[in-house]
Design a protein around this ligand. Sequence first.
Ligand code: SF4
Length: 181
Amino acid sequence: MNNLTINCQLSTVNSNQRIALMSCCAPCSAGAIKELAAGGRDFIVLFYNPNIFPRAEYDRRLDEQIKLCEKLGVKFAFTNYDHEKWLAAVKGHEQAPEHGSRCELCFRMRLAYGAKWAKQNGYDKITSVFGVSAHKDNNQVLRAANDAAKNEYVNIDFPYAPEPDSYRQKYCGCEFSETYR
Ligand code: SF4
């Protein structure tokens, strides 16, 4: 692994940099949003999760994310739901166990999109909460970031601190995450 993937505290990230925080769901992002807001950072929450299935679950997680951002008074952006594109990105790896090659491709796809989105929308860096949950492997997220967004990604050590009333899903997101563990 090369130079990118060193865990860091928010205080070590240049305060002039505008940050796009990639979020997979409200519970995982609450701690990060509060930390960025408390640090007076210029940031936006970006919800790009074409991996989530079915559509009703995607809508529910997006609604929760919007509700949280509105409650905390922070900017957010989201994109069209394109699950077909995600399926194409993980093709051939559907049956890999969680934390395996399917997840690596999934992270890569989303982070590559986030880096491109940030550039197009005036943000200097991206970060994410993809590895915040105890169920995820942050080293895998970092490997994917190294491949997909090497110069844009900053790895900030965010806490997992969900709001007590937020909806917490029981599986990671895709249709394969329940079956191939
Ligand atoms: S289990 Fe989660 S991280 Fe892995 S491929 Fe499915 S949605 Fe992506």
